[in-house]
Design a protein around this ligand. Structure first.
Ligand code: ATR
Length: 273
C-alpha cells in the first residue's frame, strides 16, 4: 500500500484521514493516510523524512502552505498564482506542488450548492493565503466581477492588481475597504481567518440579500458568526465542510488518477457532526 499523510501544526483535529480513507475504499485504491505533526520550525525536515520513507504525497495545512510552495521543485499554475500549496506529490525525485483549495471551493459552490458563478457578482472577504487560492479558480468561472475586501486595504489592492492580469476585462477584479462595500452580491465568501477567533469581518448588512449565497471557508460543529450574520440578513449560508471534501477529492485524483464521488461522504459527515 502507498503512503500519504496530512502535515500541519496542530493536526489532531484534521478530518483528512477519514476523508481519504473513505475515498480509497470507494475507488478500490490501496493507500494509507495518516496525520503528521511537524514542528513549527521543522517543515522542510519533515518533508525530507517523508520522501526518504517512501511517501508518495502529502496534504499541507496551517501553518505550512506558504513554505510548501517554496519547497516544491515544480508548481502548478494555480499554486504559483496562489503562492500557497495544499497538495504535494513526490515522484521522480521531484516535489510537485499544487493548490486544490480553490478548485474545491468552486466545486462545492457549483456542484454541491448548485450555484453557477458565471456572470455573478462575487465578494471575497480577506486577502491572505485562503483568498489568493480562490481567485484564479473563481475567475475561470467567468463571474461578472470579483470584489476583494480586506481590513488592510493595501493587500487587497495588490491582489486585485495581480489577478486583474488574468481577467477577461478591466474592472472584473476590484479591491475595496470593508466600509466601501456596495452590495448586494450574489456570492460572498469569507476567506478571512476571523471565524477562528469567533470574530465577524466588518461587512455591511447591505452586502446580503435573500438571493445571496454566503460561504464561510471555516467549518465547526455550529454555524460561524459570519454565517449567523449572513443568515440574519436573508442569505443562504454554507460552511467550509464541502470545500474540505472537494479539495481532498481533487488531491486524491492528482495522486491516484481516479476522481472519487463526494456526495454520499459529505452527507454522512454532515449528519455525524
Ligand atoms: P489564511 O492563510 O487563512 O488566509 P492569512 O494569510 O494570515 O491566513 O490571512 C488572514 C486574512 O484574514 C487576512 O486577510 C486578514 O486581514 P489583514 O490582511 O488585514 O490582516 C483577515 N482577518 C483576520 N482576522 C480578521 C478580522 N477579525 N476581521 C477582518 N479580517 C480579518
Amino acid at each position: 500500500s502507498e503512503k500519504y499523510c496530512v502535515i500541519g501544526n496542530p493536526i489532531a483535529h484534521s478530518r483528512s484521514p477519514e476523508i481519504h480513507t473513505r475515498f480509497a475504499a470507494q475507488t478500490g485504491q490501496d493507500i494509507s493516510y495518516e496525520r503528521c505533526l511537524a514542528p513549527v520550525d521543522g517543515f522542510a525536515e519533515t518533508i525530507q523524512r517523508l520522501v526518504a520513507e517512501g511517501y508518495k504525497g502529502a496534504n499541507v495545512t496551517v501553518p505550512f502552505k506558504l513554505q510548501a510552495a517554496q519547497l516544491a521543485t515544480v508548481l502548478s499554475d494555480r499554486a504559483r498564482a496562489a503562492g500557497a500549496v495544499n497538495t504535494l506529490r513526490f515522484a521522480d525525485g521531484q516535489i510537485f506542488g499544487d493548490n486544490t483549495d480553490g478548485p474545491g471551493l468552486v466545486a462545492d459552490i457549483v456542484k454541491n450548492a448548485g450555484v453557477s458563478l458565471q456572470d455573478k457578482r462575487v465578494l471575497i472577504l480577506g486577502a491572505g493565503g485562503a483568498a489568493r487560492g480562490a481567485l484564479l479558480p473563481i475567475l475561470r468561472e467567468r463571474p461578472h466581477c470579483i470584489v476583494i475586501a480586506n481590513r488592510t486595504r493595501a493587500t487587497a489592492d495588490s491582489l486585485a492588481q495581480q489577478f486583474g492580469q488574468h481577467a477577461e476585462r478591466a474592472d472584473q477584479v476590484r479591491a475595496t475597504g470593508f466600509e466601501d462595500i456596495a452590495g448586494p452580491f450574489d456570492v460572498i465568501i469569507n476567506a478571512t481567518s476571523a471565524s477562528l477567533a469567533a470574530e465577524l469581518p466588518p461587512v455591511p448588512a447591505s452586502a446580503f440579500s435573500k438571493d445571496t449565497l454566503a460561504l464561510d471557508m471555516m467549518y465547526a460543529d455550529k454555524p460561524t458568526v459570519f454565517m449567523e450574520f449572513a443568515s440574519k440578513h436573508g442569505a443562504t449560508t454554507r460552511d467550509g465542510l464541502g470545500m474540505l471534501v472537494e479539495q481532498a477529492a481533487e488531491a486524491f485524483a492528482l495522486w491516484r488518477g481516479v476522481r472519487p464521488e463526494t456526495g454520499e461522504l459529505l452527507k454522512a459527515m454532515r449528519s455525524q457532526s
